[in-house]
Design a protein around this ligand. Structure first.
Ligand SMILES: [Zn+2]
Length: 209
């Protein structure tokens, strides 16, 4: 079976099992979506927010990109994919929670920590400049740590940075102030199968398990 055939066979299983078993739910979803949570996660194939949170269709509005980064608010022209999804989730769907979900062994953060911003590719280096403050912070705090330790620290620092960047969007800041919206930083530890939550008071991550 080819990879594509495997996926088509997978859809048939989904249709027979899940879709048939959740007929009423899909009847409701036909009218529209009303997710209460937005998750911004990495494109990495090992970090699927719906699988990790045992969520079904209609539950989470998701944006995935390299290294789960949120750029700071800017009004320049260009194709602002994350900002557009964020605006839709917050202003139209009126989600009440946004989770930035980072993870261990992130390839994007690995490249950033190994090279800094190398400029050898067309798009990745420029995209990863969003996380440059996290790289500088970790290198200043852990100057003699090995690369793996600094990568794990940068993956977490980048989550905190994306939370800061979320606050630069006026429509987010407004709703944080009124209490309509809450931000969360999560970190999936692939090696240990753990999920850690960012504690803003201490700037540390703590296991939820
Ligand atoms: Zn990643």
């Amino acid at each position: 079976m080819t990879n594509i055939e495997r996926l088509k066979a997978g859809f048939k299983v989904f249709r027979e099992d899940y879709y048939s078993g959740h007929r009423h739910q899909f009847e409701d979803l036909k009218q529209g979506q009303r997710p209460r949570v937005m998750i911004i996660s990495c494109s990495d194939s090992r970090v699927d927010p719906a699988i990790l949170t045992n969520s079904g269709p209609g539950e989470i509005f998701t944006v995935r990109n390299v290294a789960n980064l949120v750029p700071p608010y800017e009004e320049t022209g260009g194709y602002h994919g994350v900002s557009a999804a964020l605006e839709f989730a917050v202003c139209n769907l009126q989600v009440s929670n946004i989770i930035v979900l980072g993870h261990s062994q992130c390839g994007g953060i690995g490249a950033l920590m190994a090279d800094g911003v190398s400029g050898r590719d067309k798009f990745i280096s420029n995209w990863m400049t969003i996380a440059e403050p996290a790289r500088r912070q970790v290198n200043a705090e852990l100057p003699s740590a090995d690369i793996a330790t600094r990568c794990r620290a940068a993956e977490r620092a980048a989550v905190a940075l994306s939370l800061d960047n979320l606050r630069t969007f006026p429509f987010v800041a407004e709703r944080l102030l009124s209490g309509e919206l809450t931000l969360h930083g999560w970190y999936f530890d692939l090696e240990n199968g753990d999920l850690l939550e960012y504690q803003p008071e201490t700037a540390m991550f703590q296991s939820i398990v």
